[in-house]
Design a protein. Sequence first.
Length: 436
Amino acid sequence: MKLLLLVLLCSTGLKSEDVKHKRTTTGVHITNGINVGKALASALADDNLDMPKKLADMAKKIAPLLGVLGPFVSFVVGFIPKGPTKEFLAIQQLHKDMDTRFDQINGKFHDVSKLIQWNTVRLQFSSVEQTINNAYNRYTNMYKATTSRTIASEMHNFKNYRSKFGDSALTLYNGIMGTNTVFGDELLPASMKFTDYNRKQCARFMEGLLRLLLRAVEMDLAYLQLDSRTAASVPSHTTEWKRKLDSVRSKMLHADATIVSKYHEQSGKDIDRYSTDHPASHMSDHDFANNMYQSLATKYHWRDWMVIAYDDVSGDDKHYQRECGGYLKFRSNGRNIVVASIEKTHSHASSTEAKSIINSVHDNDAAHLHRPHDHVVHRFVDARHAFDTFNSKAKSGCSTYAAAGVVDNKANPSYKAAANRLYLKHAYYHYIHVFG
């Protein structure tokens, strides 16, 4: 009898230790996953990272994050009988930190959202967004609770919202992917259209959509986990959401690439609009060149730009230009405009070579006269003939130099360009430049 009692006591002790070990192991797993989520949120909110880098980071982090969302809910519920422990409170704080980092995205998202002319689409999107946020508020109230009674009460409120939440996560996913959407229009093309293909603004919109979708997915898995009839399906649903989020990532990468490919077409429209709004009668060429440059360099930040503005002279005897990645817009609202651009990652032209090229351009004929005394006369060479004396590397092709040109001094040109790309000479009769 004593032996049997001893065996039972030992068995009970071992089971207790197993439960404790299992809970500790689960806690470590959840902690690691939420830390990954924090890192993902920080990357998405980082304005110094472009969208492809953020999405590449997401590809590595999404599986570990999704893998702990179901266990996290069970972990919270497990403390209802006895209340939170030190371990629970630590994990609770981690999740709060992750939420705070994701919330940094939200303001930027709504700034862009306001630019979009949603019409009925806006009303439908707002409804889905509000439903997801309402569910998430109930969810955070549950996991932020500090007593077992409060956890139980908030869990009840959260579970009661399930019918309202419905398929909100799937609806938002379909809206992003453009399949069976109730929004009428795809969300990503709408953001491109109404921001005039502004890459930074569209990135902020995509970041906001990702934040909202990740929260919707967390709600979807939480509701499944809390229902005994569906809890067993959480792993398969987690795998399916991993696949769907990979599809979203690919969709957003494609959207970003589309915006990049539109830079030339859209920049031409931007230049025309700015020129119309700021004619030569209302803005100096100096200010126009500087302001236009800042606008292009900010919006199309992955390229280096050059802008020249000068009097609206005509005839190739007064100016002759070539450009790559930009436009020649002559006699545009009272001025001539030259814009060129080159990929920021493109190697810079050799300064020694570039200086040699512009110094070798022949913009005057020097004649040594002896009467009435020895002196040198510089005879005018027009812009076209001066341009013809450029080195062949500057006169054609875009591999080294994205622009080269000659402008009569009397046209008063103003130049603004990315650092260490523009080489300019104020010669006898002309301004001579190369950009590369």
